[in-house]
Design a protein around this ligand. Sequence first.
Ligand code: FES
Length: 581
Amino acid sequence: MSEFKPAAWPRKLRSTEWFGGTSRDHIYHRSWMKNQGLPADLFDGRPVIGICNTWSQLTPCNAHLRDLAERVAHGIYEAGGLPLEFPVFSAGESSLRPTAMMYRNLAAMDVEEALRANPLDGVVLLAGCDKTTPALLMGASSVDIPAIMVSGGPMLNGWFRGERVGSGTALWQMSEEIKAGTMSQEDFLEAEQAMSRSSGSCNTMGTASTMASMAEALGMALSGNAAIPAVDSRRRVMAHLTGRRIVQMVKDDLKPSDILTRQAFENAIRVNGAIGGSTNAVIHLLAIAGRVGVDLTLDDWDKLGQDISTIVNLMPSGKYLMEEFFYAGGLPVVMRMLGEGGKLHRDAISVSGEPIWNDVKDVRNWNDDVIRPVDKALTAKGGIAVLRGNLAPRGAVLKPSAASPHLLQHRGRAVVFEGIDDYKARINDENLDIDEHCVMVLKYCGPRGYPGMAEVGNMGLPPKVLRKGIKDMVRISDARMSGTAYGTVVLHTSPEAAMGGPLAVVRDGDMIELDVENRRLHLDISDDELAGRLADWSVPQESPVSGYIKLFHDHVQGADTGADFDFLRGCRGSAVPKDSH
Ligand code: FES
């Protein structure tokens, strides 16, 4: 049984190395801080708390975080700490090119170095948009000072002509309708106005909502954090309470390594299955586990998620949006139900310093169509299916709850796109030799190939197939897929094509077998033929020669281990490497 024993208080804190003395350097550190109007007694040895803020107007989902940072600061002052807000690189999903994922590791490095180099005893992590949550958790885990997350919260429901408009999900649906000729461009532009109704992150169970749920399930945020809408006053209360809590966490010395245990990751994987969470969580949790030294593998996702039913009826798998999830009781209800079913490590410690079960055991479900009882689950077997075979020796993933049941076992002729530009150039060609029984294959969109592993795995179908009323086909790539997307889409195929994985040598006309029940992904050619093709293969792309993109290219690891940089795995602690003071 996990148990956390608080440290003795009072004691000397890390920040006193900077502020707690009368030497020239102590005076230097304090005096410059005081130019912000801070009274002298704030440097009396009290906990100094960083508010690590991913606010940016270029990350619209996080553009309201300055307000929340103020609420956090109120809570920190109230509990007797000194709050100091600082910005870090903000990886906004909707605008960053080539893809926000290329910058997740950069942001994580920024967070890690900022935490270690500054006079901080603890940190509140303010995140929202997809990559900001894992980046902050990764960076904080590698420093291992007390840390707690507060999310920005989702946008309110979008509504268009009486229907819910789910962030991302509606965009993918409507763009397919345009191609099929069943929606006009004018209606599409009108719907655009209804998509993003308030501050906040995507209102579907996309990657942002999934990662906020993962933070809560891991125990790294206060219970109830994930679902409160961004503009609900209770989101501000959550920020305020988080500020209060971090001060006590510093006094108790409750660190990420106390919370992010193997049990915590197992809880999070099961929660992901129950909420119908994004496939992106697979990569991010593997990366976070790599930072804290928990031996988590792709197979854990399959094993632990297999018998979990998807009970949260949210788009893209279901019908509702995050606002309704909050009104129904949010993630604590899901965790309570998992716990009652024996699918939760009840004694895993959260930021509360207590077993996570204590936070959720008494909550009620206020809408059992939004959070369904297990016997009315959306999908009896949720979770993430990890496929293997000669096409994916190190694994590939598929989200059964977002796939079409009739395609989960399928054999089809490969139609190959040699990269995203090739796909874009040919997909709308009426002469493309393709029908709904084919398997669409997209190469060179993995971590190194794209670069950054873009969310293009759910490639849109060809117009001539869409016009028949067909909405799904089997698609295979080394890319990711937006958490708001859906379809029978095989993702994260590893090793990726750009690293010489078998995906690189698939040819038009090859037959491919997908068998989700038996977790199999097979290219139907002989072993000799496959070996011969791989021997003839060479990298078709030029390698970058300078800049961050070179660092990324040279050091990013495969999706099967979290796409972190090889030199960033592990916890390096909070000691300043070479202190000249
Ligand atoms: Fe930022 Fe979806 S684009 S949360």
